[in-house]
Ligand binder design. Sequence first.
Ligand code: SOE
Length: 386
Amino acid sequence: MKKLNIGMIGFGFMGKAHSNAFKSAPNFFDLPYEPKLKVVCGRHKEPLQDFANKWEWEEIETDWSNVLERDDIDIIDICVPTHLHHEIAIAASKAGKHIFCEKPHALNFEQSKEMYEAVIVSGVKHYLNHNYRKCPAVMLAKQFIDEGKIGRIFQWRGAYLQDWIIDPNFPLTWHLRKETAGAGPQNDLNSHSVDLARYLVGEIKSVMGLTTTFIKERPLAEGVEEKAFSATSTSKKMGKVTVDDAASMLVEFENGAIGSFEASRFANGRKNYNSFEIYGDKGSLIFNLERMNEIQFFSKEDPSYAQGFRTILVTEAEHPYIKNWWPPGHIIGYEHEFIHSVVEFINSFAENKLAEPNFYDGMKVMQVLEAGLESSRTGKKIILSE
Ligand code: SOE
């Protein structure tokens, strides 16, 4: 079988999720090409080599531009902090490499637009990894909407809540600086929710935003591994937090529905609570990632004596992707979404179409997020231009 050689830039949390996805996908799915873990790139040679050994990457490299220059690399996988996405993606497009990129797409809308234009000019394949779209329960929600079971959608409620930086001693990692992250949970978490809202409800036409920063200074992350979820600093030097700690938006969709988004890293007790509710004239849907094998469905078309939310366990063979996994009731997890993303991306090489979400979706999401930030700054409602 023809191989697709991968050069992955970055080897943190997402590097692990991507390596596992590229390795596992061919074991469970019949793919038109075999993804080959060719070279992994990072700045620090020793942990990089350990990582490569563990995940069976053939080679390591410490300078990403060398990976782009290689003729034997087909796909560049970008899973480095956000501020590096733009430069690597533009260079990869120019080098004619196909791109699999982590979210959020870029630091801001302008960068994102440039990245989209670059892949269009070069004609490479591009994929933006909003992994939650590939959760079977979310795909079943989409199927119900497309089949008309929810009817005309009135309202979207999205909440993506975490609690990993409440401790004021959590250091000023790259996630908390505008120049490296673009924004806080507005970009990190609301990007996922906006992607899901566009997928399930439709395009957004106006945005009102509200953001705040609860802890304005933090110990510098000197000598600290810049990890999300767990990092402690002993530095006595403090630095300014330049992103939001919590971010909300109220939006209007082009189809007349309205929506709300809440994203926070200060919701004590919420670890990775990515949830949404959709209300329509025929029915409603509720999803919460912490119970990701389930979707709750209410149908107004049930006889009134039998109406109520029912919980569907999304593990039947006819549910999206499930026939490639386990028998009914044998649930799947977070990592499966990444495997499904890889499957979509690799399948798109045999088809004359782009997998979704891709850089177009990334750009549309960034436009909404940036409008939310602008609205929060100016106090005005922002109407999005085409
Ligand atoms: C940290 O908030 C993070 O790792 C996000 O960056 C991911 O996109 C999200 O899926 C889990 O939380």
